[in-house]
Design a protein around this ligand. Structure first.
Ligand SMILES: [Zn+2]
Length: 315
């Protein structure tokens, strides 16, 4: 087996494998042979990628649509493979060597609409995102969330008014539109429709909206479903519902529909992967690593590491 080494730097985690350095979702340009980009959310993209980018074609197309420059990109490399992580279109986890290291990037443990969950399998070292890695962050079943929102939309239509459904322009908005497409007229914000067109190019059946708007003043006075960006304030609607994992319960204003694994799903996933070492990154990484240690895992959090580019450690 090839010895792998890992380094923790200010810009993120680097892996040295077969003398090649792979940067995992770095936050700034860093000296490496390859930069792995797990998906096209802006916190995982640089304005201009200097290294060769390893990513799915969907991620690259979405990134380019968002104004990112990627001069060189590859979809595969030697004994490295990318697997679907179920977070958004094109999102991938990376598996380095023969099941030696897996980095999940943002990932989901639920099938939702056209998205499929990341399937766990055994690896030696697991680098796992821990956005909701704290006890208490458990999302209700997706079916009950959908049912509640359906009821709210129906109330609005009975009252002769519209609803706005809010989510991230990329990822969440497409899922919302897919799940609630039976309601008409379906109105979509221009920036969301821009991302929709990339989804359709890859065969995802995102419905064509009845109307595309730039601002909410263009909305009709009769009932409608408006798929809107997170930040937009929409007035004169019966409900304005935000879809986010940070909402712990279903309410009139926010519903817990996340594209990340919740706390319990993270634990189950890690148990199934059964790695020798776990490194937690993002969000509640300290809390999750601590809980994993109490369960007998060798686990540590990215936030607890000395950030030093030159010190690669063997794993
Ligand atoms: Zn993301």
């Amino acid at each position: 087996m090839i010895n792998n080494k890992i380094a923790f730097s200010r810009s993120g985690i680097l892996v040295k494998h077969s003398e090649k350095v792979i940067a995992l979702d770095p936050e700034e340009n860093v000296k490496a042979d390859i930069t792995f980009v797990s998906h096209a959310h802006m916190d995982h993209l640089l304005k201009r990628e200097k290294n060769t980018v390893l990513a799915s074609r969907e991620t690259v197309d979405l990134a380019v649509e968002r104004g990112v420059k990627i001069p060189r990109f590859i979809e595969q490399y030697e004994d490295i493979k990318l697997v679907d992580s179920g977070h958004i279109l094109g999102s991938r986890a990376i598996v380095i060597g023969k099941n030696e290291i897996m980095y999940t990037g943002d990932f989901s443990q639920r099938d939702r609409g056209f998205l499929k969950k990341l399937e766990p399998f055994n690896v030696k070292v697991l680098i796992v995102e821990s956005t909701y890695g704290k006890k208490g962050y458990s999302f209700p079943p997706t079916a009950s969330v959908i049912e509640s929102v359906m009821k709210m939309i129906s109330e609005a239509y009975d009252a002769g008014m519209g609803v706005s459904l809010h989510g991230y322009t990329l990822g969440k908005a497409q899922l919302i539109e897919y799940l609630f497409q039976t309601w008409r007229p379906l109105i979509v914000h221009k920036n969301i429709e821009k991302m929709n067109s990339v989804y359709r190019k890859f065969g995802i059946k995102i419905p064509v909206p009845d109307k595309i708007v730039e601002r909410s003043s263009e909305l009709p006075e009769t009932p409608f479903v408006y798929v809107a960006p997170t930040y937009e304030d929409v007035e004169n609607v019966y409900y304005s519902i935000r879809f986010t994992g940070w909402a712990r319960v279903i309410s009139r204003y926010a519903v817990p529909l996340s594209d990340h694994a919740d706390h319990d799903e993270l634990l189950n996933f890690i148990k199934k992967v059964n790695p020798e070492t776990v490194i937690t990154v993002h969000g509640f990484d300290r809390e999750l690593a601590k809980e994993l240690r109490s369960l007998g895992f060798r686990a540590f959090a990215f936030s607890d590491q000395q950030l030093d580019l030159d010190s690669f450690i063997y794993v």
